[in-house]
Design a protein around this ligand. Structure first.
Ligand code: S3P
Length: 168
């Protein structure tokens, strides 16, 4: 079976959706940001601060090569910029989780740990810059996706069901 690759903007809920899919299926999940943090033994925030964004993007491309070569039948959640790796489509079926920026922002703010959620995301420090990035990326996410799922105003359980139905 092909991998399922979840892409979408920071805070749209890729991790939450992945955990729900895991509960509803026999799939095992992994997350590209988690792999990078574990390879580096430091947080994404630290990697950005100490090495800069380009270094992080190189690690994303390295992980992408490994996923294509070695990983099968797995649910893969990704960082918001992972969709740019050149071999994305060779990793698996690409599912774009889509929602308006305001929905994403409110979702983060509604979280009990909202401050931490924002702090750990270097590219979400300045709201104006985050909106600009969202606007720049939206069309690209759609373009690379095999499946687009609008996640706004939907229960996690229903989003997971919809994805499983569409990729099987
Ligand atoms: C990024 C998104 C982050 C993380 C890094 C860069 C981006 O992941 O990979 O901070 O470029 O959008 P989340 O989408 O899980 O926040």
């Amino acid at each position: 079976m092909k991998n399922i690759v979840l892409i979408g903007f920071m805070g749209v809920g890729k991790g939450s959706v992945a955990r729900e899919i895991v509960q509803q299926s026999d799939l095992v999940a992994l997350d590209t940001d988690d792999i990078i943090e574990s390879m580096e033994n430091r947080s994404i925030k630290k990697i950005f601060a100490q090495e800069g964004e380009e270094y992080f993007r190189i690690l994303e491309r390295k992980v992408a090569q490994w996923l294509q070569k070695e990983v099968r039948g797995t649910l893969i959640s990704t960082g918001g910029g992972f969709f740019k790796v050149p071999n994305l489509k060779k990793i698996g079926t690409v599912v774009y989780l889509s929602a308006p920026f305001e929905t994403i922002h409110s979702r983060i703010l509604a979280h009990p740990d909202a401050e931490k959620k924002l702090r750990k995301r270097p590219l979400f420090q300045d709201i104006e810059k985050a909106i600009k990035l969202y606007d720049e990326r939206s069309a690209h996410y759609k373009k690379v996706a095999d499946v687009v799922i609008d996640v706004s105003n939907k229960e996690l359980a229903d989003i997971a069901k919809e994805i499983l139905k569409k990729v099987k």
